[in-house]
Design a binder for this molecule. Structure first.
Ligand code: SER
Length: 313
């Protein structure tokens, strides 16, 4: 059967690159990009695009029927830092969009769903290093609470209604094609832009705050890998731990200095420090490695090289 794919939140940091990757594989016409607002010209020009509010069930159902969609990637969400400012809006967006796609799955209107979770599901009482797949969670942010609840609902819909929903807990994601927006790990993207444009960067986290991170190519590969793994291999239907590297702001600055020797970093921690402090410093992703053969390719040095090369003027 022919595959028609819908990406919700296609103009965001992950959605943009996921759209390109899926269009490369399945053909532009078969991959429908959608977002609440228009994105950059490249993305808009690369295939079909629909304006879509992910919380509007009727609008979503109409697009699914019109394009005969069988696979949905729900990438729309409000991230950790912004969600602290608008808790109810974040909860409504993050949860209602998920219920909409899960209910379409339950009604057999779509066959397969991808929904991302995050390291934000973990909290202060979680073991901080090599955080296991199953452990104490107790998230302390609005975003983390929405992701943990989402995980429970995914598992519930899978077991109760047979919905084929798949998920990974992304670490902070580093990419050069589209900026992230409203996250706590965003510093690890901003720093490259500022290193190139101003040779200095004022970081909103402390020098020694270690967080799990991943280069976007790895994240996209993981996403496609779990989506196209045999269903019985995807044993965990809440969400899989996923890891590539961990580093601190001072370590990323050091790796940039190898290319831009006069780069300078300074530190001015703000409210995002408390969010970062509640998250793990490294993640044990052995379940993903075992179940669907996950393996990362990008470490910090390779990430820095690729980021500076692609952003450099
Ligand atoms: N990168 C996200 C954030 O910082 C975490 O999933 O909010």
């Amino acid at each position: 059967m022919k595959k028609y794919i819908l990406i919700i939140g296609a103009c965001g940091q992950i959605g943009t690159e996921l759209t390109y990757a899926l269009r490369d594989t399945y053909g532009s016409e078969n991959v429908i990009a959608s977002d609440i607002r228009e994105g950059n010209e490249d993305l808009m020009g690369s295939g079909p695009f629909e304006i879509l509010d992910a919380t509007d069930y009727d609008a979503l159902e109409e697009i699914i029927a019109y394009y005969q969609i069988n696979e949905v990637y729900l990438m729309a969400a409000m991230l950790s830092a912004t969600a602290e400012k608008f808790p109810m809006r974040a909860w409504n967006l993050n949860m209602n969009s998920l219920f909409n796609v899960l209910n379409l799955g339950k009604e057999k209107k779509v066959e397969k769903i991808f929904w991302p979770s995050s390291i934000a599901v973990f909290g202060l009482n979680t073991p901080k290093s090599d955080t296991p797949q199953s452990t104490i969670m107790e998230p302390s942010t609005v975003y983390g609470i929405s992701k943990q609840s989402g995980e429970r609902w995914c598992e519930y819909y899978h077991h109760k209604f047979g919905v084929d929903v798949r998920s990974v807990r992304y670490p902070g994601l580093i990419s050069w094609k589209t900026m992230p927006g409203g996250g706590t790990t965003d510093y690890a993207v901003e720093i490259y832009h500022k290193a190139l444009s101003e040779k200095k960067y004022s970081c909103f986290l402390k020098a020694d705050t270690s967080l799990p991170m991943m280069f976007m190519d790895d994240a996209i590969r993981a996403t496609l890998q779990i989506m196209y793994a045999d269903a019985e291999k995807v044993r965990i239907r809440s969400s899989y731990n996923l890891a590539a590297m961990s580093f601190t702001p001072i370590e990323i600055a050091e790796s940039i200095k190898k290319h831009i020797p006069d780069f300078e970093i300074s530190f001015m921690p703000d409210f995002r420090q408390a969010i970062a402090d509640s998250w793990p410093s490294s993640i044990d992703d052995s379940s993903a490695q075992k179940d669907w053969k996950w393996e990362s390719e990008f470490d910090l040095e390779k990430t820095t090289e690729v980021m500076l090369k692609n952003l450099g003027v």
